[in-house]
Design a protein around this ligand. Sequence first.
Ligand code: PMP
Length: 361
Amino acid sequence: DYNRVYNFSAGPAIMPTPVLEEIANEVLNYRGSGMSVMEMSHRSEVFQTIIDEAEADLRELMNIPDNYKILFIQGGATLQFAMVPMNLMKNGVADYIVTGAWSKKAYLEAKKYGKVNLLATSQDKNYTYIPDCSDLPVDPNADYVYICENETIHGSTFQKLPNTKGKILVADQSSMFLSKPCNVSDYGLIFAGVQKNVGPAGLAIVILREDLIREDLDEKVPTYMRYDIHAKSGSLYNTPNCWSIYVCGKVFKHLKKSGGLSAMQKRNEEKAAILYDFLDSSKMFRGTVEKEYRSLMNVTFVTGDEELDAKVVAAAKAAGFDNLKGHRSVGGLRASIYNAMPKEGVEALVAFLEKFENEHK
Ligand code: PMP
């Protein structure tokens, strides 16, 4: 017992304790190399093995087909908001579905690079639902259709992928990456900032179909922002975020040992149900997203009274439940219950909220 709190942060977020223990054991001397991974050349054989294994384990976990590349790129998920249009806009047109703060940011960024259509949005109801995406007026010239599959701030998630009418689907999976099985062939490109469900911030994982990698880009596109460069150099064009790649690799192995993504989905559904069932039965708290579109990872809720919300957050922190404050742009409360959050953490949180409610009737 390390006296750790239950950390409900949206990211950087809770990590599996066994992974942290392994890292602690290796931090002075990584497997006889005489140094830690943070001191090691990214051109060394030892590091090459680390990155190769990370890629192979991720490929196995997600069952990624051979015609998809896996890239480890710095700049977080935010850099992908620009890299996606810079690399994929061949006709200079893209369709964006805006369901919350993160898809909105991506949409605004993409507008710098071409004609960007707002294909659908849930802004009218403050992003509390996912619009019907079964028959949207997809632009015949669109190079891709873009979604944020799980909106970290607003707490909504796509239950069904949009009908892109044959266009390539691009998805920001940052806050749901590896939370359940994923049929990679449904997408042209998936990206995720790793600091929610996987590892230390500052790294994005990009999974993209090989035939979408272009070399005929505008010559002003910065070298670092070209997928072809990263693909050709095995994510080692320059010094990568070695430390994050190393930790992510450990998490991939941990997930494989824990039963893979189907097991994660089962656990995550159980955990989310415990919290949502409580919110649905509570007279003090209520979930903010329409039931059908609720996120398994980011549970957003309110009391309806901002002062009371703040009181709950403070009392929770004092009781060992940290980072329950909703994002500054929406307020209220948010419990992020990523893969590494144990069921006991969610049960303990519900017990705490129940007690709080009873004491403040
Ligand atoms: N997309 C989503 C869905 C996110 O939740 C976040 C971070 N909270 C980002 C993108 C931005 O990630 P980063 O800070 O790594 O750039």
